[in-house]
Design a protein around this ligand. Sequence first.
Ligand SMILES: *[C@@H]1O[C@H](CO)[C@@H](O)[C@H](O)[C@H]1NC(C)=O
Ligand SMILES: *[C@@H]1O[C@H](CO)[C@@H](O)[C@H](O)[C@H]1NC(C)=O
Ligand SMILES: *[C@@H]1O[C@H](CO)[C@@H](O)[C@H](O)[C@H]1NC(C)=O
Ligand SMILES: *[C@@H]1O[C@H](CO)[C@@H](O)[C@H](O)[C@H]1NC(C)=O
Ligand SMILES: *[C@@H]1O[C@H](CO)[C@@H](O)[C@H](O)[C@H]1NC(C)=O
Ligand SMILES: *[C@@H]1O[C@H](CO)[C@@H](O)[C@H](O)[C@H]1NC(C)=O
Length: 551
Amino acid sequence: MSTMKLMLLCLSVGALCAVHGEDPYLFFTWNVTYGTISPLGVPQQGILINGEFPGPNINSTTNNNVVVNVFNNLDEPLMFTWNGIQQRKNSWQDGTAGTMCPILPGQNYTYHFQVKDQIGSYFYYPITAMHRASGAFGGLRINSRLMIPVPYDDPEDDYTVLIGDWYTKSHSSLRKQLDMGRSLGRPEGVLINGKNAKGDGKDEPLFTMKPGKTYKYRVCNVGLKNSLNFRIQGHPMKLVEMEGFHVVQNIYESLDVHLGQCLSVLVTADKEPKDYYMVASTRFTKTELTGLGIITYTDCKGPASPELPSAAVGWPWSLNQFRSFRWNLTASAARPNPQGSYKYGGINITRTIKIVNSARKVDGKLRYAVNGVSHVDAETPFKLAEYFGVADKVFKYDIISDEPSATAEENISLTANVVKQNHRDFVEIIFENHEKSIQSWHLDGYSFFTAAIEFGRWTPEKRRNYNLLDAVSRHTVQVYPNSWAAIMLTFDNAGMWNLRSAQPERAYLGQQLYVSVPNVARSLRDEYNLPETTPLCGIVKGLPQPPPYSA
Ligand SMILES: *[C@@H]1O[C@H](CO)[C@@H](O)[C@H](O)[C@H]1NC(C)=O
Ligand SMILES: *[C@@H]1O[C@H](CO)[C@@H](O)[C@H](O)[C@H]1NC(C)=O
Ligand SMILES: *[C@@H]1O[C@H](CO)[C@@H](O)[C@H](O)[C@H]1NC(C)=O
Ligand SMILES: *[C@@H]1O[C@H](CO)[C@@H](O)[C@H](O)[C@H]1NC(C)=O
Ligand SMILES: *[C@@H]1O[C@H](CO)[C@@H](O)[C@H](O)[C@H]1NC(C)=O
Ligand SMILES: *[C@@H]1O[C@H](CO)[C@@H](O)[C@H](O)[C@H]1NC(C)=O
């Protein structure tokens, strides 16, 4: 039976479909439209998926094939990225402007990817045009397969908590502001799953717990500007997972969740049966904004106490908390072999890339940059330009230096920023932040070891302070003001991968780049072929198809 017929068959019988010899398929059809929402009490234009804000959760299991047919009923091009999904051999489906053409208004496109060898808590969002400021983001979870042991008992239920700061202006007016060269300014509030409880006794609870039972909460910061401190009144949280890795299970009263990051905690309903507040408040801001949600017990006997648990204070607190996060070396990952067999500390570094972020006016307009280059996308996605052999007509490789000069930040140029990286090399990336604001960096296609974060400037001697044993492997790392962070990874996933500020405003105004990891042998072992359904745009439109990759 052809895959197409099979897909139709599966569609008609329901969402989950196991195919003999193949990993199961999950099918989704998303109708993306505008709609009025009022999460902070002010009506505004939202972006909805099948009428929902936030968008629906994707609930998958390791190795599932996820098929999402997206109908763009907006009046602007649209594309989705799957934050933290590694897209092995498949940057075609990563959903960034450097890898694919957007879905045009009135058109549809079907993303097809496998959540290969991954577990954990992630989210998806529309990556271009500041769309995320209006919605269309949602949770994406990957459960462990039944035969793989998980280092804690099955929770009674599993809840997704999307926290994020929020503006009452639409994405198009925010975008206009950025296009005019002005920063977004301060958000107006903080939302938890698209809501902010008023505390007037009429709030609908977000989650319900049975007395004595333990629940898993998957918390992601899907906001635009701020790190958030997350806590639950009266209920300590046991941290169990961060972006797909089981961690040493410490107990926390509150947790800092930086932009783009996700973590999972276990919470036991062992307190007086009544309502409690879930709190997410902005960190490192002059004015603290707070978002509230209600969680309740099944035999609830009263309203939540108005006394909110206090937020963490200061930078050192946050840094110390980061240092307490450790990978559980004996726990299984997505595969049965122990993760600990991967000893990243013993691998020789072949390349060190230093990334320095900066903000500056260019021709009177605010731009953000990496090593002096403020990235701009091209009409032809870089990945497609490479595949069709016309990269030289679209962009130049390696215009930034691995070791930026001290004055690189002073002189920003606007151009495509694409760095070439040998396939399978082990690389160290240093993020050095000379600015007064916190940064959050996300890398597509990979998970990286967060070897260290420290105040001050990085020097090679600082390598002595790296955690080379049990650092957590993540897809997003925070860098405090006047600080640096060191990450390490093997570039073993061929493709075109976006390294971006997890703050959409900064990425939009140029604080991002692409890492091109070429499939030199044009081998199917290293990368899938360009999917037939991929829309073409720019100069590759109408070009003859190159010969397919060989086995
Ligand atoms: C999407 O939703 C809009 C508005 O509700 C509706 O007009 C349209 O027919 C829907 N499209 C699909 C493909 O379901
Ligand atoms: C998610 O999927 C798992 C595995 O198929 C299932 O056990 C669980 O009930 C699902 N959860 C939700 C909320 O649908
Ligand atoms: C668009 O949707 C139709 C109908 O659901 C589907 O058959 C087609 O494959 C989709 N097109 C793309 C490019 O995904
Ligand atoms: C790590 O995982 C193992 C195996 O599941 C488990 O027995 C142990 O309690 C975990 N250790 C910590 C410190 O969380
Ligand atoms: C790393 O480099 C050192 C010095 O060049 C060499 O002695 C060692 O064998 C290398 N280790 C590995 C694992 O390649
Ligand atoms: C800034 O960049 C321009 C154009 O690339 C160059 O001509 C100029 O010398 C640079 N200035 C500094 C201070 O590096």
